[in-house]
Write a protein of this length. Structure first.
Lengths: 186, 453
């Protein structure tokens, strides 16, 4: 007998009372979604920028390696997307579109359609996500309603920059992934 | 080693153990603040608990559904009945890919299966990529907490370790500096690895996808740069529907550290073009635990670690005192199911205060199960220690005369007992305790004197 059969048979052999699967109520969030989203991102150590503030910021940097997958921001790109994700190692900035945002926790959803390389938002030194205010939902229940049965090979919520507190609980931003997260709300 | 003996070791460094206690309590406080910001928090806990009850009562069906969907998505599915088979499956994939060095993100399951030493014996280099896990791996220690693997260490320890292993400046204890050194070191490993291993937080039966949550982004750095992703998953990690993730992701990080969500929550459904995803479904004692009516609820655990942060024993005795992969209250009800004799002292490492059950996001009755394990263990291994004093106490409380006499005796003795008897290195009881001030008279005498008023 294969291990698969052995495991499934031993589960089948256990007498179990059938327990119902509950429905999930439509929980809502009180307050202004944009304000809630902003404070969530800031609490996660991200930053919210207007387009103007973004322009000022990028002018103050001297990035040599910038990739943009967001149409209106293509002018800031310094290079095309390489074939192999390993060549992204020196990438200083990636600019990506997010599909929608979640006000309760600042999470933003991206899937394969925004990510020509799945490694992109992680391997880049700095990350800028473009998010439309119109897309904000209140909480994670609405987020999954919105994703619905969309089929993507990979999807992810990003809620802040890479961080760790593994050394004496001191918060350090920039563990392995992006050292900063900026969100341009449009 | 028994829990009390190992805890004594941890308590030798009093300053460190006090820091440990206070730091974990601070995290418990953050969890409270975070949970209280959600009006429906208790409702979410109920939902999570009910969803997991439903999973446990239909586990075979959900596993079959999950497997069918995952196969349809192009994921290769393996089944392992125990740790040995799990390790062999992982090794066979590595051998097939001619892979001699791998990166691994946090997975308590692979710790439970002792995958690292197994692979290392086969000449494979395993690099744990979570910062805390890399630190304890350098020290050849297991993690002492499931969410904060290096919480037992201080920055001076890590500074000395990194000076030795990563050639950082001697004496530089700045956490940002040390983290950056680890970032550079691990970046090389990420770029060079052909295979990456991760654990799994949730597997969704409906879609065949699985979710991995990290703050560091280390799981994603590993798998997206590798050709092959091996995900190791305990069979109890199944949830029925995609929308159930809404409930669990709202609970997980808030319970663990107080943050509203981990910064990365990655949903893996199909491999990228030209790549592979292997999923290893592991039993290793879980079906046995499922068959134990009193203890099966322990399988609802989502590994947030909240019960550790709140536990007065865990905070004061450290993760290593449990000697099991999962320490703390939840570990003390899971581990005896794996080996009752070896872990016989763990269910006694509790005050039964119930704080663990109060914070558990899936409402496992942890403290009740601790009590139940005590009954099982004393049935099999006899009473431990406190038998004689309990008998003595029982004799005193049964006889009013003995009670009155011993009361008056104690009131005198406590007053005149020299301090050296109590605060004596030989008397461990007196180490961090004080005797109460003895009242001048008993309550009975006081009542007699005052009843007429």
């Amino acid at each position: 007998m294969s291990s698969r059969e052995e495991i499934l048979n031993s589960i089948r052999g256990i007498q179990k009372e059938n327990k119902f699967l509950p429905d999930i109520p439509n929980f809502q969030l009180e307050g202004d979604l944009v304000e809630l989203f902003k404070s969530a991102i800031e609490a996660n150590k991200g930053e919210i920028l207007s387009k103007k503030e973004f322009e000022n910021w990028i002018a103050s940097t001297n990035f040599q390696h910038v990739i943009s997958c967001s149409e209106p921001f293509h002018t800031y790109a310094t290079q095309e997307l390489p074939d192999d994700a390993h060549q992204l190692d020196h990438l200083e900035l990636a600019i990506l579109d997010a599909q929608f945002g979640v006000a309760e926790n600042g999470a933003m959803w991206l899937d394969d359609s925004q990510l020509p390389h799945r490694a992109l938002p992680f391997i880049t030194e700095h990350l800028v996500l473009i998010l439309s205010k119109e897309t904000l939902v209140s909480n994670m229940h609405q987020a999954y309603d919105r994703i619905g049965s969309d089929h993507s090979g990979f999807g992810l919520f990003i809620a802040g920059p890479s961080k760790t507190a593994d050394i004496e609980q001191s918060l350090v931003i920039g563990a392995h992934g992006a050292k900063s997260l900026r969100v341009i709300l449009v | 080693m028994s829990h009390p003996k190992a805890a004594t070791e941890f308590l030798k460094d009093q300053a460190n153990s006090q820091w440990h206690d206070e730091t974990l309590w601070m995290i418990r406080d953050k969890r409270d603040a975070s949970s209280k910001s959600i009006p429906e928090w208790e409702e979410l806990r109920n939902l999570a608990s009910e969803i997991k009850d439903n999973v446990l009562s239909n586990l075979d069906k959900y596993l079959e559904q999950f497997e069918a969907q995952a196969l349809k998505n192009g994921i290769k599915v393996h089944w392992a009945k125990d740790a040995k088979e799990h390790n062999e499956i992982v090794l066979s994939i590595l051998q097939e890919k001619n892979c001699e060095a791998i990166v691994k993100s946090k997975s308590i399951l692979t710790e439970e299966c002792h995958l690292n030493p197994y692979l290392e014996k086969q000449g494979i280099e395993v690099v744990d990529t979570d910062l805390g896990e890399r630190i304890v791996q350098f020290l050849q220690q297991p993690p002492s907490h499931i969410v904060m693997p290096a919480i037992h260490l201080k920055k001076r320890d890590i500074s000395a370790l990194f000076h030795d292993k990563l050639q950082t400046e001697k004496g530089n204890e700045d956490p940002s500096y040390l983290t950056n050194a680890a970032r550079l070191h691990l970046r090389e490993k990420f770029l060079a690895s052909k295979v990456a291993i991760t654990g799994v937080n949730f597997g969704v039966a409906e879609t065949g996808e699985f979710v991995v949550c990290t703050n560091e982004g280390n799981a994603d750095m590993g798998v997206h740069l590798a050709d092959v992703h091996i995900a190791c998953m305990g069979i109890e990690k199944i949830i029925p529907r995609r929308k159930d993730l809404g409930v669990f992701l709202r609970l997980l990080a808030r319970s663990a550290t107080g943050q509203p969500i981990t910064n990365y929550s990655s949903h893996f459904r199909s491999p990228a073009t030209g790549k592979e995803i292997h999923l290893v479904l592991v039993d290793n004692g879980r079906t046995r635990q499922l068959a134990r009516e009193k203890f099966k609820n322990s399988l609802k655990c989502i590994r947030c670690g909240a019960c550790m942060n709140t536990c007065p024993i865990y905070r004061r005795s450290g993760g290593f005192s449990y000697g099991s992969t999962v320490p703390g209250p939840i570990g003390s009800i899971l581990s005896p199911g794996l080996d009752m004799k070896k872990y016989s002292t763990l269910p006694f490492a509790s005050t039964l205060c119930g704080s663990c059950s109060d914070v558990c996001p899936v409402k496992i009755n942890i403290h009740e199960q601790l009590y139940e394990w005590r009954q099982e263990i004393t049935k099999h291994h006899g009473t431990v220690g406190k038998g004689l004093s309990m008998k003595l106490a029982s004799g005193i409380f049964k006889s009013p005369l003995a009670y009155q006499f011993s009361g008056s005796l104690m009131r005198k003795v406590i007053k005149s007992l020299p301090e050296s008897v109590i605060y004596n290195p030989l008397n461990i009881w007196g180490k961090s305790r004080d005797l109460p001030k003895a009242p001048k008279e008993s309550f009975q005498d006081w009542y007699k004197r005052n009843r007429h008023e």
